[in-house]
Design a protein around this ligand. Structure first.
Ligand SMILES: NC(=O)c1ccc[n+]([C@@H]2O[C@H](COP(=O)([O-])OP(=O)(O)OC[C@H]3O[C@@H](n4cnc5c(N)ncnc54)[C@H](O)[C@@H]3O)[C@@H](O)[C@H]2O)c1
Length: 372
């Protein structure tokens, strides 16, 4: 198969769909790989890294789209890219179609077969191509929160680990899933005094069994939340109710009960945020102040560490990318129902029920699409 990878053109996106190592594996499997010149620059990969891996370099995205049987990307295709997709071509990338009728219409009109990273599943009910980005955002949260706590950045002027004779920062993590667990581990590793709240008792049991000596945990009711929030120097929002907007767990009125200069890091901002005063910010201007409380609300946190994020995403996508290339999308999806769950659009049809429901579009069952 001919696999193509263009440079990402969405603003502030520095990741790339194929790492040189993924390109090398694909070439070793007998496939041809074409990369747009400069596609890896934002993640620290040069054209030479790709040619060494056996890939060909071309100057434009148009050449990549023209040559490729399968286009591998990171972000949803932008309008310009959607025009270059064609019937029978495979697109493998994040799509997030439910809130995006324009993109959905364009992808259906393209005739391409579009497999979305975010809906591929695994045996444990997880989302294996979303998890690496939650791991990154979770581990980044205490790092950016620590920066926000510095006096010059508007924070309380508290050091995460304290020093001998001075206690550490107190960190409250609300939501103990992938983001929350990784955030808590890093905050504890920085020496902070950390508590994680969650609503799921099985999850709290897991956290207690696995990390009992590293950080504390508690049940996330409103009383516990505000009590611990009052004592916290940093609060990390990491809740998720799948398919729904994030619940608002700290109101504007409650900000006056927090410590002045406390840092709120709302990782759940991509689902609307879990603090009433959260609004999405960018890496250029990540932090703002409401009533003396510093808010960090960047919706694409992994972009700040594009190299780590690219490699982490590539590790997760590579087995699926190779299966698609080795077997063709039909056989690969027939053999692996989790990959079939990634099928969102095929040959003019929408094939993912939740997107159809959100956008009011009829859906062709993915198993019928396999036979179409
Ligand atoms: N900003 C970014 O760049 C970025 C990057 C990755 C993920 N995210 C977001 O981070 C959030 C968390 O993702 P995740 O992968 O950890 O999800 P997850 O499903 O692994 O974990 C979510 C946890 O929240 C808990 N929860 C739900 N409602 C709660 C409540 N009211 N109080 C306390 N806990 C509650 C659940 O029990 C679960 O354990 C999501 O909104 C995700 O989209 C943002």
């Amino acid at each position: 198969m001919h696999i193509g990878c263009p440079t990402e053109i969405k603003p502030q996106e520095f990741r790339v769909g194929l790492t040189p190592n993924a390109a090398f594996e694909a070439v070793n499997h007998g496939h041809t790989v074409t990369i747009q010149s400069g596609a890896g620059n934002g993640a620290g990969f040069t054209d030479a890294d790709y040619t060494e891996a056996g890939a060909a370099i071309v100057g434009t995205a148009a050449e990549v789209f023209e040559k490729a049987d399968m286009v591998v990307k990171v972000k949803e295709p932008q309008p310009k890219e959607r025009k270059m997709l064609r019937e029978g071509q495979i697109l493998f990338t994040y799509l997030h179609l439910a809130p995006d009728p324009e993109q959905t219409k364009d992808l259906m009109e393209s005739g391409a077969t579009c497999i979305a990273y975010e809906t591929v599943t695994d045996d444990r009910g997880g989302l294996p191509l979303l998890a690496p980005m939650s791991e990154v955002a979770g581990r980044l949260a205490p790092q950016v929160g620590a920066w926000t706590l510095q006096k010059a950045n508007g924070g309380r002027g508290v050091l995460m680990g304290g020093v001998p004779g001075v206690g550490p920062a107190r960190v409250l993590v609300i939501g103990g899933g992938v983001v929350g667990t990784h955030a808590a581990r890093i905050a504890a590793g920085m020496g902070a005094d950390v508590t994680v709240l969650d609503r799921s008792l099985p999850r709290l049991r897991y956290l207690d069994d696995t990390f009992g000596g590293v950080f504390k945990n508690g049940y996330a009711n409103a009383g516990n939340t505000i009590e611990l929030a009052r004592q916290a120097d940093m609060i990390i929002g990491a809740v998720l109710i799948p398919g729904a907007a994030a619940p608002k767990l700290i109101s504007r009125a409650q900000l006056s009960e927090l410590k002045p200069g406390a840092a709120l890091v709302d990782v759940a901002i991509d689902q609307g945020g879990c603090f009433e005063t959260s609004k999405a910010t960018t890496h250029e201007d990540p932090v703002y102040d409401v009533d003396g409380i510093m808010h960090y609300c960047v919706a694409n946190m992994p972009g700040a560490v594009a190299r780590t994020s690219t490699i982490a995403l590539g590790n997760a996508t590579m087995p699926f990318m190779l299966a698609l290339a080795d077997k063709g999308w039909r056989q690969a999806c027939e053999d692996d129902p989790h990959l079939l769950n990634g099928l969102n659009v095929h040959a003019g049809n929408l094939t993912y029920y939740a997107v159809g429901k959100a956008l009011g579009i009829d859906v062709l069952s993915p198993s019928l699409a396999l036979k179409a």
